[in-house]
Design a protein around this ligand. Sequence first.
Ligand SMILES: Cc1cc2nc3c(=O)[nH]c(=O)nc-3n(C[C@H](O)[C@H](O)[C@H](O)COP(=O)(O)O)c2cc1C
Length: 172
Amino acid sequence: MNITEEQFRKALGLFPTGVTVVTVPVHCGKTVGITVSSFTSVSLSPPQVLFCLSKHSKTQPVFEVSPYFAVNILKANQSHLSDGFAQRMPLNWDSFHTHYHTTTECLLISEALGNVICEKAAVYDGGDHDIILGRVIDVIVNPNDLPLVRQRGQYLTIQSIPDEPSMICKVK
Ligand SMILES: Cc1cc2nc3c(=O)[nH]c(=O)nc-3n(C[C@H](O)[C@H](O)[C@H](O)COP(=O)(O)O)c2cc1C
C-alpha cells in the first residue's frame, strides 16, 4: 500500500458510524465492556452480526472464552459511555443503569438505543483484529431515540427536524 497507517486511518475515519459498547456475560468472571464502532449486520436469515476486536485489547482474553456477547447501541447523549469504555475517561459502573439479560446473563446498558444479544458463532482472523461473528438471539430496542454518530474522530449530534422525515447532523 502506498499510504501510511495514519493516512489510512484518516481516510477510513471519513466514513460515519454508530457507536456501541460490547459487553460479556457476568459469569465470564470479569465485567468488561469495550467501545466498538466496527459493529455491522451480516445476515437476516439466520440473523447474524459482527464486530472487530483488536487482538491487543485488554478485553480480548475475556471475549475469547465468552460464549455470548451483547452489543449496546449508544444514544446521542451517551458519548460519555463511549469515552468511558474506550478508557479515555474513567467510568464508574454505578453511574449508569445496567441489568442482565435473562438467559445469557450478558450485561446490558439499560438506556441504550438498542441491545443486540448474540451467541458467538465464529471468529475469523482479520489482521490485527479478530472478526467476531454472532448469531443474534435477542434484540431490545428504544427506536424513538437518536443514535450517537462518529466521524473523523468527533461525535456528531443528530437532530430530528419537526414534521420532516429527515435528520440534520452537526459536529458536537
Ligand atoms: C468511537 C470508538 C470506536 C472504537 N471502535 C473499536 C472497534 O471497533 N474495535 C476495537 O477493537 N476497538 C475499538 N475502539 C478502541 C477501544 O474502545 C479501546 O479504546 C482500545 O481497545 C484500548 O483499550 P483496551 O486495551 O482496554 O481494549 C474504539 C474506540 C472509540 C473511541
